[in-house]
Design a protein around this ligand. Structure first.
Ligand SMILES: CC(C)(COP(=O)(O)OP(=O)(O)OC[C@H]1O[C@@H](n2cnc3c(N)ncnc32)[C@H](O)[C@@H]1OP(=O)(O)O)[C@@H](O)C(=O)NCCC(=O)NCCS
Length: 409
């Protein structure tokens, strides 16, 4: 009797969305005491994106997700599990994953958020891999989405220059074909817990006028310590994942690292003894988009022809926690499948349902408002900002709800 081959998790879809408003280093020079030369030489960042007032983490995530689902060639309702990595959820509850589930038109998936900061997408990817290889799910949607510009102190030049907004997504699908996701390495070093953190808003320090006056609702960071952790950990985490896949760094055609800082990516290349052209970079255009950075980079790498069928790639990230994670993947999907996703799925056609009887405040930070209002900037119509009357969701008794489809063996 022949043995059934093991189920593997293959990346079948990928997509990304970035807001259209560009915030350049020159723009930042008008807000804080900084300059383009300092930012470029210390970080490699030239510009980043800022979400418009009518955009949220969920809305950006939904667009990237529909693009990934289109590339996978499946319908949104075939997704069994949605994992959304973010440190900037729309609300404390419900999960942003639940909002995305509704926005993409999925009725059957389990949905939850993943909190592992900038490593969140890789943590979600590894979790998806486990669900698929264990037979619990056939198609998993993994998303990284962030709206960091609403949590930045635009008087703190050491943090506000680094971050930007955006979303990326991938569909992982079960198959017994060879290839797909291989070695996983995930680590967490809690001694770094307060090196990058957002002090107020949680149970330890609930939001109050005092926490706001003290600016504790903004991201804080010990830049040097974080830099040291990143340069020490990224290469070793990537190496562990590569070796757990039975490979050596030279077998990997492209590393897709978290896009925090070009100097950190350069240190990874040196640590792995590889040239920089084996590292995918787009940090110059988007800055650090935290959990969104790896899936945005992966989608761009594939769409730009940097990944071909049969290639081995490694995604690797680090972040607050301190967390780090890497997964090595043998690519099996036709890269051309993602080519028309940006034009086929338009952001203006994707809607996240708004709450009833609740007026949101203007979410754009005051320091950015003037720049956002200049000609050519995104200017959302008012009816997209003020909550309307939602359609009530149809209720299905538990017995009528579709069951989770186990993966085909
Ligand atoms: C933030 C970071 C770019 C700062 O670079 P650095 O070389 O460590 O710079 P320092 O913090 O030592 O600052 C050097 C000087 O530049 C100044 N400076 C800091 N930010 C500046 C800015 N935006 N523009 C101009 N000068 C700045 C500092 O005040 C300091 O001046 P001083 O020497 O007069 O005191 C770097 O530490 C870094 O990339 N850390 C990791 C951050 C990260 O990746 N975070 C996300 C993790 S997911």
């Amino acid at each position: 009797m022949s043995e059934t081959p093991p189920i593997r998790a293959h990346v079948t879809g990928w997509g990304r969305y970035v807001p259209s408003h560009v915030l350049t280093n020159t723009d930042l020079e008008k807000m804080v005491d900084t300059n383009d030369e300092w930012i470029v030489s210390r970080t490699g960042i030239r510009e980043r994106r800022v979400a418009a007032a009518n955009e949220t983490t969920a809305s950006m995530a939904a667009v990237a997700s529909l693009r990934a689902i289109r590339a996978a060639g499946i319908s949104p309702d075939e997704i069994d599990l949605i994992l959304l990595a973010t440190l900037t959820p729309d609300y404390w509850m419900p999960s942003t994953a639940a909002l995305v589930k509704e926005a993409i038109g999925n009725t059957r998936a389990a949905a939850m958020d993943v909190a592992a900061a900038c490593s969140g997408f890789v943590y979600g990817f590894a979790t998806a891999q486990a669900w698929i290889t264990s037979g619990l799910a056939k198609h998993v949607l993994v998303i990284g989405a962030e709206l960091l510009t609403r949590f930045l102190d635009y008087t703190d030049r050491s943090t506000c220059i680094l971050f930007g907004d955006g979303a990326g997504a991938a569909v992982l699908s079960a198959s017994t074909e060879p290839g797909g996701a291989m070695g996983i390495e995930l680590t967490t070093e809690p001694q770094g817990a307060y090196m990058i953190w957002l002090p107020a808003g949680g149970a330890k320090s609930p939001p109050s006028s005092e926490t706001i006056a003290r600016g504790e609702h903004y991201i804080r960071m010990e830049g040097k310590e974080t830099y040291r952790f990143a340069t020490r950990t990224l290469a070793s985490t990537a190496l562990e994942s590569v070796r757990k896949s039975g490979l050596e760094p030279d077998d990997i055609s492209l590393f897709i690292p978290h896009q925090a800082n070009i100097r950190i990516i350069d240190a990874v290349a040196k640590g792995l003894n590889l040239p920089m052209d084996r590292m995918f970079t787009n940090v110059d255009r988007y800055g650090n988009t935290s959990a969104a950075s790896v899936p945005i980079a992966m989608a761009e790498a594939v769409n730009e022809g940097r990944v071909k069928v049969g290639d081995r790639i490694t995604i690797v990230a680090f972040g607050a926690g301190f967390t780090s994670g890497a997964v090595t993947i043998q690519w099996t999907a036709d890269p051309a499948r993602g080519a028309d996703a940006d034009t086929a799925i338009r952001a203006e056609d994707v809607h996240v349902r708004l709450p009833v009887d609740w007026d949101s405040v203007d979410p754009i930070p005051q320091a950015l408002a003037e720049l956002m209002a200049r000609p050519g900037a995104v200017n959302p119509p008012l009816d997209d900002v003020v909550p309307g009357e939602p359609e009530p969701a149809p209720f299905l008794p538990a017995a009528d709800r579709p069951a989770l489809t186990p993966a085909a063996s």
